[in-house]
Design a protein around this ligand. Structure first.
Ligand code: UDP
Length: 237
């Protein structure tokens, strides 16, 4: 699979549909796959942090979460044509699991958040089989791994923030029979209805960042990573 690279950090140019088609093939061949979300902030952090960079680059799919990486690809004549956000990727995978009869496990967030997320997902996809869940404050990995194995999960979503969730996946993936792993950050909070996504207007225009900035002006410092990143991409060879 051909990847694009920004300051040594790989990004997968596949769309939601292409990732799911590829994943389905890999699942049938019993291969394990990992999905990690990439944005300008993470790219610039990984540029200086070898361990983080290797964690990202060793994943199967590095999805371009947010407008920054998409714009970088456009500036460089790359082939990324749309954003692939972590929460939408998870939603597509849930739909895929419901249609294909694959079993899902949710690990992460507070107890009331993950249990509410489970209920809401089951209401949205009546055929889905969520075979187990655990909150993200249970730290004993062996306990969680045993629970995942007992649940015979095929897909695992880990929501503990990045890179904690990806490190957990890297450490434990081979102790389970799970075939698809995605680190999903605050997505369980979104499915639980605790965090509202930006209104459709902002999402359609790809300016969720502006909505968040208006709601939470203290995000400005974090968001400055975006123009800084784009300037660097523009002036890089
Ligand atoms: N969380 C967790 N265990 C921890 C720390 C955090 O389960 O030890 C959960 C927290 O409850 C929240 C999510 O991880 O649901 C953090 O999401 P955040 O939006 O910070 O992640 P990001 O998307 O920014 O990586």
């Amino acid at each position: 699979m051909k990847k694009e690279s920004y300051f040594g950090v790989d990004v997968s140019p596949l769309s939601y549909e292409e990732i799911i088609a590829d994943l389905q093939m890999r699942m049938e061949q019993n291969e394990k796959s990992t999905i990690i979300a990439v944005n300008p902030e993470k790219v610039m952090k990984a540029e200086k942090n070898t361990e983080l960079r290797e964690l990202i680059n060793s994943s199967t799919y590095q999805i371009p979460d947010g407008i920054g990486v998409l714009l970088a690809s456009k500036l460089k004549g790359g082939s990324i044509t749309s954003r692939v956000t972590g929460v939408d990727m998870m939603d597509r995978l849930l739909q895929f699991a419901a249609e294909s009869g694959y079993r899902v496990f949710l690990y992460g967030a507070k107890e009331e958040v993950v249990s509410q997320a489970k209920q809401n997902i089951e209401a949205k996809y009546p055929n889905i089989h969520i075979s187990g869940y655990e909150n993200g404050y249970v730290q004993d990995a062996k306990l969680v791994v045993d629970k995942i194995n007992q649940a015979k999960a095929d897909l695992l979503f880990v929501a503990m923030g990045s890179p904690k969730q990806e490190l957990w996946i890297q450490e434990n993936m081979n102790k389970t029979n799970v075939r698809v792993f995605q680190g999903v950050g605050g997505s369980f909070d979104v499915f639980a209805g605790h965090v509202k996504r930006a209104p459709l207007f902002f999402r359609k225009l790809g300016i969720e960042w502006l909505y968040r900035l208006l709601k939470e002006p203290k995000r400005l410092k974090r968001q400055l990573a975006l123009p800084k990143f784009l300037m660097r991409v523009l002036f890089s060879k």
